[in-house]
Design a protein. Sequence first.
Length: 411
Amino acid sequence: MNDLFYKAYEDRHRGSRELIKSRLCAYIPFLKPLAILYQPAAAIDIGCGRGEWLELLGETGFEASGVDLDEGMLSECRDRGLSAQCANGLEVLRALPDNSKTLVSAFHVVEHVTFNDMRALVEEGLRVLKPGGLLILETPNAENLAVGAHEFYKDPSHTRPVPWELLQFVVEHAGFQRNIVMRLQERPELRSGLNIRLINVLTGVSPDYAVVAQKSAGNNILSMFDHAFSFNYGLSMESLAQRYDTQIDRRLSDVRVIAEQAEARSALSLQQAQGHIAQLEERLSRLEGQVNAVFGSRSWRVTAPLRFVSSRFFQLRSAVRAHPLTVSARRSVKKVLRAIGQAVQRHPRLRQAALKVLNRVPALKGRLHGIVYGAGAAAAVMQTQSEPENLSARAMHIYTELRKIMGREAS
């Protein structure tokens, strides 16, 4: 493409130069030992685009040059003083001498070319690399379902996704001594493995990957890269799925523990309730036995008539006291007694006979005076009476208290 369409499209959808350059820093552990091993460290980048990778290589100590077919992309490289030419990358690679480069790279290129051109790119890269040199091929990761089904086809120049297993086999078959698959650009919060959701398993896999392959060399050279080749980079679908399953299992285990604890508490409460019921039943049984013993005793049978008469008497007394005729009868009795008293007062001989009888029973005399003449008269009679003789201590106490009561009524 010689117009500016592809550059404008890349600028919108690929991200800013700063973002892309920050992502490319993931390869620095491979670059540093290579820059130390070979000085100058010559590198060629196929499909260099806007030049972010060329810029990072220069900062790391490499003499890097780039190749691209898009003039719009190359103009930005030239504006930044980067070495880049408009040419077919595979043809440029084929023209290079053997063992002339320390690094061959192609970022998001293999998904644009045919499978045969991809194999040729790998084979030519192996030829031009020095011992221990590196080939880096980065491409979209179709293992991420969102990338494989949608994101990949947003670029009109893409042909088909390249699964990592296929690209890895291509470099192994070409003759590289070792390689590693680097999964890249996953969301940082998913790396911790906390709160993984099903959508993360489907779309959270690293959206890009790279195969980094190393040409055979002596152990003294290869050992300089052992640290970089020892890491497990990025997130695969398998790792996310395992973490999701582990999280679900852990939550189910927590639910089971909570359910078991609740069941244990319920069993304990039920056991305690059953214990209380048993205690109540035992107490009820004892009380029932005691009641049956009372009802079956001889004393209960002997006192049955007395209880019957007492209950009927108290019922009758309560009824009489509450009945209106009882109140009226008591008033009539008082009227009759007053009339009798007044009649006795008018007949001296009858009066003397009545007094002789009443003097023998002072309490009755005072009660009759109270009824006939009122409480004051009864108290006066009591006060005029001489102290009784030959009374017991208890009788004397009752007599004294009765006089006090009559005195209070009189006042």
